[in-house]
Every structure is written in structure tokens, then in C-alpha cells.
Design a protein around this ligand. Structure first.
Ligand SMILES: Cc1cc2nc3c(=O)[nH]c(=O)nc-3n(C[C@H](O)[C@H](O)[C@H](O)COP(=O)(O)OP(=O)(O)OC[C@H]3O[C@@H](n4cnc5c(N)ncnc54)[C@H](O)[C@@H]3O)c2cc1C
Length: 356
């Protein structure tokens, strides 16, 4: 059986790795220059070691059986999110408050970050089976039994089965799928891509100096520009880092990136002291600028956590020749890492079960 998986985010990689482990012949095509999708690390330019997470950070293995199982099978260790000391709370009273803020039960980080999971899955699949800078423009029927995937280069790839692991609104607005009934396309358009409109700021420091002052590194702010901030120091306390979610709209971020950087440094300095104004590096990863993840529809609507998607998105199409597997499709933790692992694995296992 030969299978093409479109999209090398966590879902597509999980599907491809599951198929490879079962002996399937898989080709994974990814539009971007790198794999990982919404999972991306800020890396040390010299050693390539992952310094910080530019996409997701947390998993909840205590409550997420699929993530717990995959982390164990890939040999990934986890560590607690640092949360000792006081949080700084801004905009909830006339002056900033300093008080402990409870952690989130079961929330942990992966040693090496989620990008370590991406690397491990890519290893199972094998470099020869993964193509980057390969933008799929359409998925078509090739007679009654096969499928054909068109790439923007003009190349066509034929396969028995196709797994589409691309955010659903991106599929509906950028890919040709002429066989898809209107209710399927409507279901795709109606499924927001989780966190696709967000931006994340990472500040790296020599040491986690805020901890000396009894601060947890956590900030909750109604004023921003960072609305939620956390200690992001790596396992073994290195490198020292803070990350925050940016509260400015995508439009405001796009118009004034330098103003945003200055406002972030002002805020970090107000919360953690003058040393915070001088990070070794400040990186803003703006996911709303990535047209392979976000659509205008996502940007025009308030960000809401996805509901369990309509069943039609989990069903096979064209007699089982096409399946969708992206985090938002999952009926387990849609939008999250758990959802991506679950949707990729499920699509692959169902495909294997019906192909025997
Ligand atoms: C800032 C941020 C913070 C987050 N925090 C958390 C967290 O703490 N915990 C958590 O569980 N989840 C979190 N998430 C969500 C998590 O990142 C996603 O659930 C998960 O990474 C989705 O993986 P995916 O493979 O389903 O989709 P994606 O990662 O979106 O992968 C889709 C892939 O398809 C590719 N693609 C698109 N179009 C084409 C095309 N035409 N041809 C070929 N390839 C194409 C894209 O380039 C991309 O690589 C966060 C997300 C963001 C952005």
C-alpha cells in the first residue's frame, strides 16, 4: 500500500510514523521549508539544541492518555512547569498585585520541548520519505482506486490513499478537492485552527534572576502587551527564559513590530526589574503571519477553543481513499498536542485496518 501524507505537523508525522512502523510505504509532503507545523523551537545556532518553544509548550499526560503513551514510547522525559513564588497581576486593581497563583494541575513540559517529539517521529519515518518545500495544491481522484496529489511545482504524486494533515480552513481555502461534498467543505470552514492567530514572545537571559526576587515568572495582565507570561527556563535550569502570549491584535502586530518589542521590554522590566530589559535575545513568533496555518477567516473571528469537530471530518472519504488528520479533527483534546497525536494515529490505524 502506498500512502501520501500532506502536512508534516505533529498529526501528519504521527500518521506517517504509525504507517511506517506497520511497514507501509509513506511519502510525507510539507509546504514549509521545515517540518513541525505549529511546533517549532528557537535553537542555539551553533549546537542546534532547542532553547525555547515558539509554538506549544505544555502537555497534560495525567489526563491525556495518547500523549502519555507516545511520550513513553518515544522515550521522552517531562518536567514540571516552574511556578514557585509570586505572580505579578496587572490591571485587576489600581496597582499591580504580587501574589501566588495556583499552577494548572497535571501540566508538564517535555525535556527538549515538543520539537523533540517532532525529531523522534521524523527519525522513525526516515529523511528519504519526507519532502519539505512541497506545497500540495490539490487532491484528485485517479480512476476508481487511486488518488493523485498535485504540487505547486507541477509535479504529481499518485497513491492508493491520502491523509490530509493540514489545518482545515487552509484546506478549504487553498487546496482543490473537487470530489468533496459541500457539507464537508462547510465543516472545514466552520472549524477554527487553535492558536493560529496568536503570537508568542520569548526572552532569553543569562540566569532566571526573577526567581531570586521570589517571583515565579508568571504574569496575568489585562493591559499587555503580554497578557499571560510564564517562566520558560529549560530543564536543568538552562537556558533561562520567559515566554508570553501577545495580546495585541494581528493587525496591530503587523503594523508596529518594533513598537511591540519595546512595549514587551517595558512590561518585562516593570514586572521583573531592570535586568529584564536586557535579554540576550527577544524573539516574537507570530503565527498569524503563516498562511499555511492561519486563514483570513481565523483572523476575522475571536479565537475560541475548538469544539469536538463534526463527525464528517473524522470519516473516511472516497471509499476510504482520503482521510483528514489534524489536531482539530480529534474527538480527544481537539486543537492540542493530544489531539494531533490522536488524529494522526487514528487515521493511520483505520487506514491499515481497512486495507488488510
Ligand atoms: C503559540 C501556540 C501555542 C500552543 N500551545 C499549546 C500547548 O501548550 N499545548 C498543546 O497541547 N497545544 C498547544 N498548541 C496547539 C498545538 O501546537 C497544535 O495542536 C499542534 O501542533 C497541531 O499539529 P497539526 O499537525 O495537527 O497541525 P499543524 O501543526 O498546523 O500542521 C499542519 C502542517 O501542514 C502544512 N501545510 C499547510 N498547507 C499545506 C499544503 N498545501 N501542502 C503541504 N503542507 C501544507 C503546514 O505547513 C504545517 O506544517 C499551541 C499552538 C500555538 C500556535
Amino acid at each position: 500500500m502506498d500512502i501520501v501524507v500532506i502536512g508534516a505537523g505533529l498529526s501528519g508525522l504521527t500518521a506517517a510514523a504509525t504507517l511506517r512502523e506497520a511497514g507501509g510505504s509513506v511519502r510525507l509532503v510539507e509546504a514549509d521549508t521545515h517540518i513541525g507545523g505549529r511546533i517549532r523551537a528557537l535553537r542555539d545556532p551553533a549546537s542546534k539544541r532547542a532553547f525555547a518553544d515558539l509554538g506549544p509548550t505544555w502537555v497534560w499526560p495525567k489526563y491525556q492518555p495518547v500523549a502519555a503513551r507516545w511520550l513513553e514510547s518515544l522515550g521522552m522525559a517531562t518536567f514540571e512547569q516552574f511556578n514557585e513564588g509570586d505572580a505579578v497581576i496587572i490591571g485587576y486593581g489600581p496597582v499591580p498585585l504580587r501574589q501566588p497563583m495556583p499552577g494548572q494541575d497535571g501540566m508538564v513540559r517535555i525535556v527538549g520541548g515538543p520539537s523533540a517529539v517532532i525529531d523522534a517521529l521524523a527519525n522513525i519515518i526516515g529523511d528519504a520519505n519526507i519532502r519539505t518545500s512541497a506545497l500540495a495544491t490539490g487532491v484528485f481522484e485517479d480512476g476508481p482506486k487511486r488518488m493523485v496529489v498535485h504540487l505547486s511545482s507541477g509535479e504529481v504524486i499518485t497513491a492508493q490513499k491520502v491523509i490530509v494533515s493540514v489545518p482545515l480552513r487552509v484546506v478549504a481555502t487553498t487546496m482543490q478537492i473537487p470530489w468533496a461534498p459541500q457539507n464537508l467543505v462547510d465543516a472545514m470552514r466552520g472549524t477554527p485552527t487553535w492558536m493560529s492567530t496568536h503570537a508568542k514572545a520569548i526572552a532569553l537571559y543569562e540566569r532566571p534572576f526573577w526567581r531570586d526576587a521570589g517571583l515565579s515568572g508568571r504574569v496575568a495582565s489585562r493591559i499587555g502587551p503580554l497578557v499571560e507570561v510564564h517562566d520558560h527556563t529549560g530543564a536543568n535550569n538552562t537556558p533561562a527564559a520567559i515566554f508570553g502570549f501577545v495580546g495585541w491584535s494581528p493587525e496591530k502586530r503587523r503594523k508596529d513590530p518594533e513598537g511591540l518589542r519595546q512595549a514587551i521590554l517595558d512590561q518585562l522590566s516593570d514586572c521583573f526589574g531592570k535586568a529584564a530589559r536586557q535579554p540576550l535575545e527577544l524573539v516574537v513568533q507570530d503565527w498569524a503571519m503563516n498562511p499555511r496555518i492561519v486563514t483570513d477567516l481565523d483572523i476575522s473571528q475571536p479565537a475560541v477553543h475548538p469544539d469536538i469537530a463534526l463527525p464528517i471530518l473524522r470519516q473516511p472519504h472516497l471509499d476510504g481513499r482520503v482521510r483528514f488528520a489534524v489536531s482539530e479533527v480529534s474527538d480527544l483534546s481537539p486543537g492540542l498536542i493530544e489531539g494531533a497525536l490522536a488524529s494522526g494515529e487514528r487515521a493511520a490505524l483505520e487506514l491499515l485496518a481497512t486495507s488488510r
